[in-house]
Design a protein around this ligand. Sequence first.
Ligand code: GLA
Length: 367
Amino acid sequence: MARTPRVKQWFAPGRVNLIGEHTDYNMGFVMPVALDMGCTVRAAPARRPVLHLSSAQYPGEMIFPLDAIPSMKRTGAWADYVLGVAREIAALGFELKPMRLEIDASVPTGGGLSSSAALEVASALALLDGRELPKLEIARLCQRAEREFVGMPCGIMDQYAALFGEEHKAILLDCRSVTHQYVPIPDGVEIVIANTMVKHELGSSAYRQRVAECQQALSFFPGRESLRDVTLADLERASRQMPEIPLARARHVILENQRVQDFLAAALRNDVAAMGRLMVESHRSLQHDYEVSCEELDFLVDTALTIEGVHGSRMTGGGFGGCTVSLVDRSAADAFRERLSAAYQQKYGLVPAIYRCTPSAGARRIA
Ligand code: GLA
């Protein structure tokens, strides 16, 4: 009788970022929370020396000979996230094992909740198949896969959150030292995520452009390693030489880093009103100085702020669609969901998916 192959299942969470947006690739601070939604990879040994990929979300199956993977070019399909990770794992000296990977995502794709990092990290765990590698190394190899193979010059926030998530906690990550501290979420409030259900095409090219604009801003401060090292006073002194756009981008990054610190202090003293105000300031800065919001995100934020029991609301993730995150009194959360959903439907004719965020643990084997 044939032996049933040993199937293992690996899970990595998506994330919502509470504050600290577009600061990670400027070596700044971010504060993501790992979600209970994410990506599951079911891994079984393959009989031939191939990597066999399928997804519950996309039709078709893809088969890649293992020995071709290290020199492959990107395909343009979702499989690139897995192939990029496989290449990095091979480059670290691990032999790629013949495998069938079945992928299933419970986090919406393209919704700003980091479905791609969840896919990368869950795939990395499946491909490593129990071979030891420190979590930070896994986060970094997944980030390299996305930057170098997929071609998206992202920071480390999403992959880090997918690995280091913790129940009931947010993660304050310092993207320069790449170390973190956990931050308790105050009692009595809920973190509510609302999905615009739109993704504007501009997203990835604008992201690249923002990364370049930050580099341009930095070039006005010779000797500084990143915008993390530039103060508001420095910026004011340089403001007459700087073109308007890099000036505004740098102002966002500098003030956003300060807001993350202030948000941390507010969270530690249970000051949800101050946390909420900082979220709104963050949103306005992303809307006007960094210019990565969009009409739908602004509508969700502005509407949220008219509803009772809401302390703050902002866009989360890269922008140009995707989700908002709001801090809402637990007792007001149901009414908030209903009102926000009704208003959005009336305006855009789209039903926004609304999720309660349950701060959850990082990537792990689940079966
Ligand atoms: C995307 C990137 C992250 C981060 C955010 C913006 O999610 O993957 O690295 O830059 O955008 O804060």
